[in-house]
Write a protein that binds this ligand. Structure first.
Ligand SMILES: N[C@@H](CCC(=O)N[C@@H](CS)C(=O)NCC(=O)O)C(=O)O
Length: 203
């Protein structure tokens, strides 16, 4: 049994989707309704996952903990495939997530409209470049299936689907290749994803 601290639409949504895919029981707690959340995570960030004996933070570490603890297609026994899973996960969490993070940061911290617009445009170009790289990875593995994970989504596919929705908050031009768009749509169509979105709305 887990407890997942989340914020609606944040990267914690991907962790909830994976908990559902792994058929794990969990309680959801909205960070925004939690007094003194910094006692849980001093940085104030979600996701934070409470396990039987500790609090885990950092999305990538939480994902690795979950997929290594509960056998499924997310984590192969083949070391080469494990390496690929980790690399894809880091592309999502350590490269794409901060790329989108710049949009939020600039919107809240750059006062001059012209400077902000310039920064946002450059940040969007960078994000499009990362999507291009995701598209190339998908293309090189198209014979294996529609996801980075092959026939089944990987944790990276799920993280990327959550990040992709953040672009709608900004007036920027983010280019997402068609094969990536198809992968994102497939993840969004999964019962786990739909149930996770709806659970956030009722919490
Ligand atoms: N490196 C952290 C970053 C987590 C992060 O930035 N979370 C955002 C939501 S996606 C957050 O909680 N921001 C604090 C806030 O908006 O109050 C991770 O990957 O878990």
């Amino acid at each position: 049994m887990y407890t997942l601290y989340f914020m609606p639409g944040a990267c914690s949504l991907a962790v909830q989707v994976v908990l559902r895919e792994l058929k794990q029981k969990f309680t959801l707690i909205n960070k925004l309704h939690t007094e003194n959340f910094t006692a849980i995570n001093p940085l104030g960030n979600v996701p934070a996952l409470v396990t039987q004996d500790k609090v885990l933070t950092e999305g990538a570490a939480i994902m690795l903990h979950l997929i290594q603890s509960h056998p499924s297609s997310f984590w192969s026994s083949d070391p080469k495939e494990q390496q690929q899973t980790i690399e894809d996960l880091m592309l999502a969490n350590a490269t794409m997530h901060p790329a989108y993070g710049r949009l939020f940061f600039a919107t809240h911290n750059i006062e001059s409209v012209s400077e902000r617009e310039h920064f946002l445009k450059k940040a969007a170009e960078q994000i499009s470049l990362v999507w291009q790289s995701v598209g190339m990875r998908l293309e090189s593995r198209a014979h294996l299936g529609p996801f980075l994970g092959g026939q089944q989504p990987s944790v990276a596919d799920i993280f990327l689907t959550v990040y992709a929705s953040w672009g709608a908050h900004f007036f920027v031009d983010i280019q997402i290749p068609d094969n990536v768009q198809q992968m994102l749509d497939r993840v969004r169509e999964r019962d786990s994803f739909k149930a996770a979105v709806s659970a956030e709305q009722s919490n």
